[in-house]
Ligand binder design. Structure first.
Ligand SMILES: C[S@@+](CC[C@H](N)C(=O)[O-])C[C@H]1O[C@@H](n2cnc3c(N)ncnc32)[C@H](O)[C@@H]1O
Length: 268
């Protein structure tokens, strides 16, 4: 995946998360699946002198995140290379957990969100951006149509739409220890830029697209790439470049207080 291209693609969705952060100076923040750390750095600026921890399973992403963080001379950020589902966070250490499209790939989402809940102090806030269901995302449908028979369902743990069903996701978060769970429909475009070749290269880097192309003969792969190019070209305008429609959820929730309540002595 082209790293900085990704930030440009998600600009419009990102603004909704940014508007909702409400991070205060002194807050301790954790960024789940922080990638190259745009959100981590934003949180660090808002939280200083509080500290921010970014967690990710990709060392390549974290390498870039560290470079960008050093370039901005932010000294209140730490990056951890680990799976957030099982990472040993300090218990009840954080006031806010954020994630921009970094929580859809857990093999056991209840266990993962329970692990994140345990890292949050009671009533700490959770803010997530996740994709809504595939059928509400034109970009995904258009790419699948171009892939034709080579399109495959994502392997377990690699489905970007795994949290797209609001009711199912609310149940996951409740069972993991969150309450006050709200979903805001973020209806914004994904922006693939004005350069059609760069947009095509970016889309070819999507895991499902590269896997589909790798499964084809050279001739079939070339024809499929041509269909992908035509799809992107059909969504191009001089004013905005390549733009496709999309919906994400901005999910907000609070860590429940129950562990604290359970520690009180019961009657008798
Ligand atoms: C779509 S990218 C988003 C990256 C970043 N949040 C951003 O918006 O630029 C998803 C990220 O989640 C990370 N990720 C996936 N599963 C993870 C896990 N179990 N624990 C930590 N990070 C994970 C990936 O390595 C990737 O960097």
């Amino acid at each position: 995946m082209s790293l900085d291209f990704y930030d440009a693609e998600l600009r419009a969705h990102h603004e909704h998360l940014r508007a909702a952060y409400a991070i205060s100076p002194g807050d301790q923040v954790v960024d789940i699946g922080c990638g190259t750390g745009l959100t981590t750095r934003e949180a660090a600026r808002a939280a200083a002198p509080g500290r921010v921890v970014g967690v990710d399973v990709s060392e390549a992403m974290l390498e870039r995140a560290r470079q960008l963080t050093a370039a901005e001379r932010l000294d209140n950020v730490r990056y951890e290379f680990d799976d957030a589902q099982v990472h040993r966070f300090d218990p009840a250490a954080f006031d806010v957990a954020i994630s921009r499209f970094g929580t859809m790939f857990f093999s056991d989402p209840i266990a993962a969100f329970a692990n994140i809940a345990a890292a949050l102090r009671p009533e700490a806030r959770l803010l997530l951006l996740v994709w809504q269901r595939r059928e509400h995302n034109q970009w995904a449908r258009a790419i699948d149509t171009a892939l034709g028979d080579a399109a495959r369902p994502p392997p377990p743990g690699a489905d970007p739409f795994s949290l797209g069903d609001a009711e199912a996701t609310a149940r996951i978060l409740e069972r993991a220890g969150f309450d006050a769970i709200r979903f805001e429909d973020v209806h914004e475009p994904v922006l693939y830029g004005r350069d059609l070749d760069a947009a095509l290269a970016f889309v070819r880097g999507f895991q499902n697209v590269s896997a589909a192309l790798a499964s084809l003969s050279d001739g079939e792969a070339a024809r499929t790439v041509e269909r992908l190019r035509e799809t992107l070209a059909a969504h191009y305008s001089d004013e905005r470049g390549v733009v496709l429609d999309s919906h994400s959820w901005l999910i907000t929730a609070r860590r429940r207080r129950y562990e604290v309540d359970n520690m009180r002595p019961g009657p008798g």
